[in-house]
Design a protein around this ligand. Structure first.
Ligand code: SF4
Ligand code: SF4
Length: 417
């Protein structure tokens, strides 16, 4: 069977439909009513053979594909990502916040110099093997270890001769210590992308300092200062809002829109609070997975009507939805030097795949590592619009931990966006 997969669709003012393939960056414009009718039927039912002109053309453009073609493209994409190094580095596991839903233990462990040197040696020995190096700074709170962050970023930049196509550095931070001066130092070291959580008007009830003090005002001051930087500074700040059941006060988005709506460098991501472990989360009114999707959709619809960008949408580029834990060379390096795959399943035996030593050697249990990047496609993947962005690697942790796992992210083309 052939199905329409991996596409985005747009209607034009003259009532034509433009279908764009994310696989080849090609597109096809359908203006003729008969072609449009045939296309909508294909979207719904697929087809057994390529008989008609439209079927053949859609196939040529990488839009209408059968199982073998999908499998072949998935292996090509996977082969590319197998040569990407994706390190999530936790320079410290300590944090200056105590968020109510946090699942981490906040152990007061900061990376010792021998592990920092070990990471540097590993990079010096191996950087040339990879077609791209992606570093995500994570914690604990990474801004508590600015020196380590700057040091490793600068090394990578010098190894790849400052070639921006060879590296991506990002940071997940609570934003409290991200003042303008620090932001500029990180910017200079190559970090241009951040995820910062601000939990709306409830922020100060959910995301407190260790000593119980509020944090929203200071983070907003930091963001205001960053927002005032000239637009020659190119960066991306994704403001994440974690919602609970009944969170429907959209005036928070009006507030952000008023401040940053004209600034394309800012966007909003909405997620539901999940029980990832820890005691605090048990007292919260969490959203059910299914009803949660509906509420998140309402939030997205609201943001989509504002100037500020919504980061929940338009994410079906190649490999975009693969989790970093699913990369063959995707590793989380903990402050102790322990190497795991996923940042949520910390300390779970399946997740612990090795350690890095002070000489730059990565000691891996290859068998354990391999399980995380297996991507056996389900029948329904072949008609799922997300196939080339997900590769059945959206959440390997769920797949590994759940007996008879069934993906609940299937996206029919109609659901797109
Ligand atoms: S979202 Fe689910 S159904 Fe779609 S490709 Fe990924 S694993 Fe398959
Ligand atoms: S494997 Fe799943 S739980 Fe772990 S980081 Fe990836 S998406 Fe999150």
């Amino acid at each position: 069977m052939y199905f329409i997969v991996g596409c985005t669709e747009k209607k034009t003012e003259d009532n034509s439909v433009i279908v764009k393939s994310n696989l080849y960056d090609s597109e096809i414009k359908l203006s003729d009513e008969n072609f449009k009718k045939e296309y909508y039927l294909l979207k719904k039912n697929g087809c057994k053979d390529l008989k008609t002109i439209l079927e053949q053309e859609l196939n040529r453009q990488g839009i209408l594909l059968d199982q073998n073609e999908v499998k072949e493209k998935v292996s090509e994409i996977k082969a590319y990502f197998d040569r990407v190094l994706v390190l999530t580095i936790m320079p410290t596991e300590a944090c200056n916040f105590r968020c109510v839903y946090c699942y981490e233990d906040h152990e007061n462990i900061t990376m010792k110099t021998d592990i920092v040197v070990g990471i540097e040696r590993f990079l010096e020995k191996n950087y040339a093997k990879y077609n791209h190096i992606s570093i995500s700074w994570f914690g604990g709170e990474p801004t508590l270890c600015k020196d380590i962050v700057l040091r490793i970023n600068r090394l990578i930049k010098s190894l790849v001769d400052n070639d921006k196509s060879k590296y991506t550095f990002t940071m997940t931070t609570n934003g409290y210590l991200l003042d303008e001066q620090s932001f500029l130092e990180y910017y200079d070291s190559g970090i241009v992308s951040y995820q910062i959580t601000l939990d709306g008007w409830n922020h100060d009830k959910k995301r407190l300092l260790k000593n119980g003090q509020p944090t929203l005002k200071k983070i907003i001051e930091n963001l205001d200062a960053i927002h005032k930087l000239p637009d020659t500074y190119k960066f991306n700040i994704m403001i994440r809002n974690n919602i609970l059941a009944g969170d429907r006060d959209f005036s928070w988005y009006d507030f952000l829109n008023e401040k940053y709506g004209e600034d394309v460098r800012f966007g909003i991501l909405v997620r539901q609070v999940c029980d990832l472990g820890g005691e605090g989360v048990k007292s919260l009114d969490l959203l059910h997975t299914i009803t949660g999707k509906k509420l998140i959709k309402d939030h997205i619809n609201y943001i989509d009507n504002l100037k500020i960008r919504c980061d929940n949408t338009g994410n079906i580029g190649l490999g975009n939805e693969m989790c970093y834990a699913s990369y063959k060379n995707g590793f989380t390096i903990r402050a102790s030097g322990k190497v795991e795959k996923c940042t949520v399943a910390l300390n779970k035996s399946q997740n612990e795949v090795g350690y890095i030593d002070g000489y730059g050697n990565l000691h891996l249990d290859l068998k354990k590592n391999e399980v995380w990047s297996e991507n056996i496609l389900y029948d329904k993947c072949f008609s799922c619009n997300k196939i080339f962005s997900c590769l059945n690697n959206m959440c390997p942790f769920k797949r590994i931990m759940t007996e008879n796992y069934i993906c609940d992210n299937y996206q029919s083309f109609e659901d797109e966006g």
